[in-house]
Each structure stands twice: as C-alpha cells, then as structure tokens.
Design a protein around this ligand. Structure first.
Ligand SMILES: [Zn+2]
Length: 433
C-alpha cells in the first residue's frame, strides 16, 4: 500500500469516480480504501482544478475527489465531475458519497425510522431516486413542475439489487468496515469516526426551535419525538440502510417544518445539496450517511461517524458491482482524446480545430449559454437520439445546426459537449452494434 509517488496504473485504468463534498467525507473514503495508489500517472492539466486520491476497493480502481472547501452545492459538484472526466476519461460510473440530513416519517401508515448514523441510498424501482426540489418550472396555474434527473446507471442498479438481496439473509457490513478502518487508523477515533455514544440522537418536533447548547442541552426533552418503541438492529446502534428518494437542492436546510414539507411533497427520506449538479452529467448513485435532521438543532457532532457509515456502505455496495460491466474498453484512447478536446473547447471557448463537432460560428457563441444547472433538460432529446449516434460514429462529418436566432442553435451542441460521458456512451452504443 502506498499513497506517495505516482500510481502504477494509467489514468485510463480507473473506471469509478467517487465525489465528496467535505474533507471529513474524503478522509473517511480514503481510509476505507483497500489500497492507495499515489498520484495520477498523467497529472491533471490546467483545465482540471481537482486534487485526486487514487486507490482501490474490491479490486476496483477508484478516483476520489473533493469539492473545494466552503464551496458546497450543485455547481461546484458539477465542475468537479467534469474535470474528473477530463483527466480520467474511462470513468464509467460515479459515486456521490457523504453526509446528508434525514427525513424520518412517523405517520401510522408510513414509518421510516431514520436515525443519525443510518445510511440512505437514493434508489427507487420506478424513478431516479433523486428529486431536485428547487429546480423546475413555475406553471401558469401556479403549480411547480420539477425537472427530471437521471437515475443510477445499470451496473449500479444491479449492484443495489444484489446488496438488498444479501441483506435479506444477513446484516450489513457497515459496523465491520468501520471497525476495520479504525483498527488500521486508531487516530480517527479521536476525530469522531467511531459511534458517538456520548452524543444522544435527539429528534425534536418539527416546530420546536433550538434553545441552546452545542448538543441541545438546553432544549426541552418534552419536545422530543419518542422513538423508544420502534425496533432497530440487534445492537440498537448498528446503522440501517434505507432506500428511497433523496431531495437535492442548493440550499442548506435548518428548518424542521420545511424538512417535513419536502418529505411530504416528494416522499423524500433525505436532504442533500450536491446531487442536483451531478445526476444529468455524471452516471452516479447518491449515498448519504445521516448526520442531522435539517432542523435548527443541527450540529456537526455526528458528521464524522455518518461519513464513515456512508463510506462503509459504499464499500459493501462495490462488492456487488460486476467488474465486467465497468471494464469494457470499447472506446479507444484516440476517441477519448477527441472527447477531451470537445470538452476543452467548452471550457475555454476557443474555436474548434478538430474535424467534427459544430461549425466555428456556433462554438463561438457557446460562451453565452445559460449556466449548466439551468439546462438539465436542454438537449436530452439529442443525447438520446439515433442522429447523435450516427454523427459521433462518423468522426469526420461536420454537424451543422441550422435555425434562426434564439432557437437553441448554440445551446443544443453545448449540451453534448458538456457531457463527455453521454458523448462517450453514444459512441460506445454505436460501436457495439
Ligand atoms: Zn436544540
């Protein structure tokens, strides 16, 4: 095991990207690795501002990256993901792992007993498992229609199914992996990565506002929701994995009533801030350790443990990921070089010298496009079209976007250029026929 020097593996051999929002999450993910590999063989270029940790779990080579300090949220996450594709073009699937806020439900017909330290995986059978609660359209009748987000890619959905089946016959491995991590790195116990027995898990009524004390010492015990009667894991402290809708938005929520509204409106069981920026450009799954309840009582006392629980859950999920599904190398490096060049163009707004893509006139105007978080639906029809597959298969064909001004001539090709993964996938499908 080595985390110094250069990795013995090429950048193109890394197939899984893992994105964290906070240093405490990055530390947990790094400590959970089976092996650390050191720095990338080919250093990130000027277009890539990320700092990477390379390693492996279950013999899967993983690229770890963290959002800049004090820059949480969807836009920052989107930039990290795009930069990662630039330096590691063979990334097939992504993992967004870290802490989030729980939205427990205690109505008689729908009990979701979510506690601090539990883990929520954004996964539903019939939708993406993630909803952007603040991203959509305000319609004429006053209603709000949320934009659709992509769900986890096929290999991850299969892995989740296998994980759930496994947990029908035995408990999860989260406590085991956390203990294993702490055994190797005992210093992390002092930094809060072990179960915080000394900090009680207190859930207050949504309308009860924090009175005082770092861990609610001055808050009224009578305002707490009684959860004594609900059955939990054998030890009572082992994390439980919940599957359901994760609500994502660019706002840090510290309001119990708003949390309840989001829970009721979308059936959500977790709140977080980064997935909105990733789901439609990065084929990923969201895994959140519960560190608070998004109310005024929120503190950071459970955060490190919740980060460790999420990382441990991810490690167990990766045990069920089929290696063959993420190691297909049907795209040559030459193809990826072109994808990277297209991406570079989108970042620098330079006229394109490559033999394909749009006309230079269109590329010059790309810089005037709206920010990426406003164009999730823009161009999706194109990304899924046969015409795009045909175009990317013919590397030396030009693509002319005809149309009058304001009809989307510039935004449409940008939707492709900004999504190297989709571009690459489109090419993969074409080649596989
Ligand atoms: Zn309080």
């Amino acid at each position: 095991m080595s985390d110094t020097g250069r990795s013995r593996f090429k950048n193109e051999e890394y197939t899984v990207g893992w994105i964290c929002a906070l240093p405490v999450e990055l530390a947990a993910a790094k400590a959970m690795m089976d092996e650390l590999h050191g720095d990338p063989q080919r250093s990130p270029g000027k277009a890539d501002a990320n700092v990477y940790v390379l390693g492996s779990m279950n013999n899967i080579k993983i690229v770890l990256a963290c959002l800049p300090i004090d820059e949480p949220g969807p836009s920052s996450a989107a930039v990290v993901a795009k930069d990662m594709f630039y330096t590691f073009p063979e990334i097939q699937i992504g993992l967004l792992v870290g802490v989030g806020a729980g939205i427990p439900h205690f109505s008689s017909d729908n009990i979701r007993d979510i506690r601090l330290g539990d883990v929520v995986i954004g996964f539903n059978e019939d939708d993406s498992g993630v909803v952007a609660y603040d991203l959509g359209k305000k319609l004429a009748d006053g209603s709000f229609k949320n934009y659709a987000l992509n769900g986890p890619p096929g290999p991850l959905r299969s892995a989740v199914a296998a994980l759930r089946a496994q947990h029908q016959v035995r408990g999860n491995k989260i406590p085991h992996y956390i203990e294993e991590m702490l055994g190797k790195r005992p210093y992390m116990r002092r930094k809060g990565y072990s179960y915080p027995f000394q900090v009680p898990d207190r859930l207050f009524r949504p309308d009860y506002v924090h009175v005082g004390g770092r861990d609610c010492t001055r808050c009224d015990p009578k305002a707490e929701i009684n959860r004594e009667d609900l059955s939990r894991s054998e030890t009572g402290t082992d994390p439980v994995i919940h599957y359901g809708t994760i609500a994502t938005g660019g706002t840090l929520v510290k309001n119990g009533i708003f949390r309840e509204e989001i829970g009721k409106r979308y059936g959500a069981i977790c709140l977080e801030m980064e997935a909105e920026g990733l789901m439609n450009i990065y084929p990923c799954i969201v895994i959140r350790g519960i560190s608070d309840y998004a109310d005024s009582h929120k503190n950071n006392l459970w955060r490190a443990y919740a980060a460790a629980a999420a990382a441990a859950c991810t490690k167990e999920l990766l045990e069920h990921l089929q290696h063959t599904q993420i190691e297909e190398r049907s795209i040559s490096w030459q193809d990826h070089a072109q994808v990277s060049q297209l991406y570079k163009v989108s970042m620098t707004h330079q006229p394109l010298n490559a033999p394909s893509c749009t006309s230079p006139v269109e590329l010059d105007s790309l810089q005037q496009c709206v920010p990426c978080h406003q164009q999730f639906e823009t161009g999706l029809w194109l990304l899924r079209s046969n015409e795009l597959c045909t175009w990317v298969d013919a590397l030396r064909r030009n693509w002319f976007c005809a149309g009058n001004r304001t009809t989307g001539r510039a935004i449409t090709p940008k939707a492709v250029v900004e999504r190297p993964y989709h571009f690459a996938q489109a090419r993969r499908r074409t080649l596989s026929i």
